[in-house]
Design a protein around this ligand. Structure first.
Ligand code: FAD
Length: 479
């Protein structure tokens, strides 16, 4: 046996909090090599993209679940990864550090610094792809430049590759862990000491809505395959139905990999009725790939308009309107139900995310970055790639984005996608007694005295705000 076989390996967990299909863990533990599993909460390196409040609740539960899988051997620390990872690797005598790649620009920078520090001690830094179906660096147009439009990216760039996505790996057999020697200066390395949980317990809605961790992710996937997938293509747009997977927080934190999800639907192709639903579901995973791809090739995506012409857009400044939007008090039921769903459960249905986004950016003419930051703090699935790419998509400033002039009418959208008002009534108790005919415009129909009077009147008028936004956009486009 050589030194490499005997020496432990450090596995640095980030957004890959699982044992199955974890390429970094699998490689590190191969041949029965002992590992030191580590998580570092590095808020400083993350800067303004430090994990938001809702996601911190999820992360706390997720680390507890992972730690249980390791029999209590997961080492969790707060502080600089650039300091901790090389330090811990040295302390346990590791000859290699294994990580799954992250596409967050701050993390890419931090990885480079860790790699350089490790190299000074001749410790190898090995990077794997555990969170993408298709390597963003390898999907390029024939001229070698990155794709800018989703359909050719997905159809030619991804599905057109000779190799399909990597098949999921099993959990490593008979995992052996090493303890960190005392005197490392790690101090209180408990999960509680990370301080992820808020002092005031405002998260009871999360506890009622979610189970966290790798086994919960697999249960969620199974439930979706049993009850949600059939009809996904048409009903994924219906917030009143149960046809979406709700896997997004699990995918973000890596409690399940996109490869596991992708391959879970393949055996169901033998059912001829499900073909379109499966294609549609996999293409949503394709949108996730596209977001990661955009962030890899355009690292300023979270902060800067992808289309520079939007730098001159005359965004309004209206604190009061922003607060009404955040609190779900705009007077437009589908918008308010979405914002309240977000606050209560840490999740919002995709169709409703598009509606509330369009309302903020177009009807209120507030900068998309306000929405992006609010979502960052309140979503359990807050994901730098998906959130920034989706907000730029909604605003019209992004790659292959919804054209700015396509402005969702929240009343029409509500009638179309929540026809009986069940979704609205679930989140807006003030409208519990309002019938399907009035639920999406309770305060705007004539002769409505007494209907929904606890509920606010609309904060903007739709036709006028629409015209204002279109005029601003026209001026921007020089038309
Ligand atoms: P399903 O329909 O079951 O889809 C399965 C998976 O595919 C999702 O879990 C997700 O990983 C991926 N996916 C689905 N739709 C999209 C999409 N449009 N773009 C990218 N990936 C997609 N998603 C996040 O994960 N994190 C975010 O921070 C986030 N912010 C968003 C902000 C706005 C303004 C909008 C319009 C969308 C945002 N999305 C975000 C994308 C999408 O809304 C969610 O991924 C989806 O609603 C998650 O629900 P689900 O797991 O039930 O999706």
């Amino acid at each position: 046996m050589n030194r490499e076989d005997l020496a432990p390996a450090l596995v640095w967990f980030r957004e890959d909090l699982r044992l199955a299909d974890n390429p970094a863990l699998y490689a590190a533990a191969s041949g029965g090599r002992p590992i030191l599993p580590v998580y570092v909460l590095d808020d400083e390196a993350a800067g303004s993209w430090a994990i938001g409040a809702a996601s911190r609740w999820w992360l706390h539960q997720s680390l507890l679940a992972l730690d249980r899988r390791f029999g209590g051997a997961l080492l969790t620390l707060a502080g600089s990864a650039e300091r901790w990872i090389p330090e811990l690797a040295r302390q346990v005598g590791a000859t290699s550090v294994h990580v799954n790649r992250s596409v967050a620009p701050w993390q890419v920078g931090s990885d480079a610094a860790v790699e350089a520090a490790l190299a000074r001690d001749q410790i190898e830094f090995r990077r794997y792809d555990g969170s993408s179906l298709f390597d963003p660096d390898r999907v390029l147009k024939p001229d070698g430049t990155p794709y800018r439009v989703f359909t050719p990216f997905y159809r030619k760039g991804c599905l057109g590759q000779a190799e399909p996505p990597r098949e999921p790996l099993p959990e490593p057999e008979a995992l052996k862990t090493v303890a960190c020697p005392s005197g490392t200066g790690a101090g209180d390395a408990s999960i509680d000491a990370l301080g992820l949980m808020p002092d005031i317990p405002w998260y009871s809605g999360f506890e009622q809505s979610w189970s966290v961790g790798e086994s919960a992710a697999l249960e969620r996937l199974d439930a979706f395959l049993d009850r949600g997938l059939r009809g996904y293509k048409s009903d994924r747009n219906r917030p009143d139905r149960e046809n979406v997977s709700r896997l997004s927080p699990y995918l973000h934190f890596g409690e399940i990999s996109p490869n596991q999800v992708w391959y879970s639907v393949e055996p169901l192709r033998s059912d001829p009725v499900l073909g379109d639903d499966i294609d549609s579901f996999q293409s949503e995973l394709g949108w996730r790939e596209f977001s990661r791809y955009l962030l890899t090739h355009w690292p300023t995506l979270p902060e800067q308009n992808w289309q520079e012409k939007f730098d001159k857009f005359p965004w309004q400044s209206d604190e009061a309107a922003l607060e009404r939007w955040q609190q779900g008090l705009t007077g437009y039921p589908i918008v308010d139900a979405g914002m309240r769903e977000l606050w209560q459960t840490g999740y919002m249905h995709n169709r409703v995310r598009m509606i509330v986004g369009s309302f903020l950016v177009k009807n209120l003419m507030l900068d998309w970055r306000h929405g992006e930051h609010w979502f960052w703090d309140t979503l359990l699935d807050a994901d730098l790639a998906n959130n920034s790419a989706s907000w730029q998509w909604v605003a019209g400033s992004g790659a292959d984005a919804a054209p700015f002039f396509r402005i969702f009418n929240p009343v029409t959208q509500g009638k179309k996608f929540d026809p009986n008002g069940d979704y609205v009534r679930r989140f807006i108790p003030e409208l519990a007694g309002v019938g399907a005919d009035r639920i999406h415009e309770p305060r705007t129909a004539p002769g409505d005295a007494g209907i929904g009077t606890d509920y606010p009147a609309p904060i903007v008028e739709l036709p006028a705000s629409r015209e204002r936004a279109l005029a601003a956009f026209k001026a921007l486009s020089g038309g």
